[in-house]
Design a protein around this ligand. Structure first.
Ligand code: SF4
Length: 323
């Protein structure tokens, strides 16, 4: 990782009109930066806006307000050659490797799709060499090239999806819950593969996940989202050792510990998240976590807490830290 900012998200808003006078505020004033070679974990329960945020960063959704700058250029204003180049450099890995790969195409044609679109191989020999190279890189081989995706396990399908994304030589990848549809035994293999590829190819990742245990080993920094807003962002180490926001504490407290004695002890102090995530449609003013927060006080219903740097870049949005 270096200090060069590759992605600069400034006060991003993405709203959807879902009916007369009803606005779903999926992403509401979110700001963060991503440095070259870094992994930022973006975490929150389903419906918190993390996937919408990732997709808006890639320009797959228009924005309602704010900016997404990739290497200084506004993603949503790119046109022509600049947009074509961005589509090559910025790739997405999808959550469901079953749904994201065309069942009628061979593995080789799936991996070569981007190579063909971006004219990255001069002839068939070079095209085949590239296909085999990327299959090897993700732990598959030549023999897999002429098969169809239904012949593969979930973990292998995710490897095919990763090979397809790598084949266009990207710089930045949004990983949208890339391991949550996989068996627990396979999840660590895919995370280790992603870490290895990042080191070898200098990739920058935005790793979207619904629980903190999934991003712990891969993220340099972690951002926690709740109902469209970012509530905490800091280094991975600091977040796990010194969480500040009550929601982050509850998420951490929900991670099971494999030692039954430690787990029993922790059960006494566990911070339980009560109730479901409220609707992001026309949210009430104030802190969006107030209905589930045991520390909520009058100001929490009146004023929306802003992200505040507590030192060393550890930022939290909570009135408990505003005194
Ligand atoms: Fe709880 Fe208030 Fe902090 Fe929101 S601002 S997390 S309601 S204490």
């Amino acid at each position: 990782m270096n200090n060069h900012v590759i992605l600069d998200v400034q006060n991003l808003k993405k709203y959807f009109q879902v009916g007369k006078n009803l606005t779903l505020k999926a992403v509401d004033d979110v700001s963060f930066q991503l440095h070259e070679g870094e992994t930022l974990g973006l975490v929150g329960e389903s419906g918190c806006g993390k996937t919408t945020c990732g997709r808006t960063c890639l320009g797959l959704y228009s924005r309602t307000d704010g900016k997404v700058l990739y290497k200084g250029q506004d993603v949503h204003l790119m046109k022509g050659a600049e947009k074509f180049a961005f589509k090559k450099e910025a790739q997405m890995i999808f959550q469901d490797p079953y749904a994201s790969l065309n069942p009628r195409m061979t593995v080789s044609d799936i991996v070569a799709e981007g190579i063909d679109i971006h004219k990255l191989a001069a002839n068939k020999k070079e095209r085949d060499e590239k296909i085999f190279h990327y299959l090897n890189l993700v732990g598959l081989n030549k023999e897999h090239a002429n098969r169809f995706v239904h012949e593969f396990s979930g973990g292998q399908r995710q490897r095919i999806g990763i090979a397809r994304a790598l084949a266009v030589e990207p710089k930045f990848m949004v990983l949208d819950e890339p391991i949550s549809a996989l068996d627990v035994s396979i999840q660590a293999q895919i995370v280790n593969l992603l870490i290895k590829l990042q080191k070898e190819m200098g990739l920058t990742y935005l790793f979207v996940a619904h629980d903190l245990s999934m991003v712990k080993h891969i993220s340099d920094r972690v951002a926690v989202m709740y109902l469209g807003s970012m509530v905490e962002i800091t280094t991975s180490e600091e977040l796990y050792e010194n969480p500040l926001h009550p929601y982050t504490k509850a998420l951490l407290s929900a991670i099971p510990i494999p030692d039954p004695d430690v787990e029993l002890q922790r059960e006494q102090t566990r911070i339980k998240l009560e109730g479901d995530v409220p609707s992001p449609i026309n949210p009430a003013p104030g802190c969006r976590f107030k209905g589930r927060c045991k520390y909520a006080k009058a100001i929490c219903s009146e004023q929306t807490p802003q992200l505040k740097d507590m030192g060393n870049g550890h930022c939290v949005a909570c009135h408990l830290y505003n005194q």
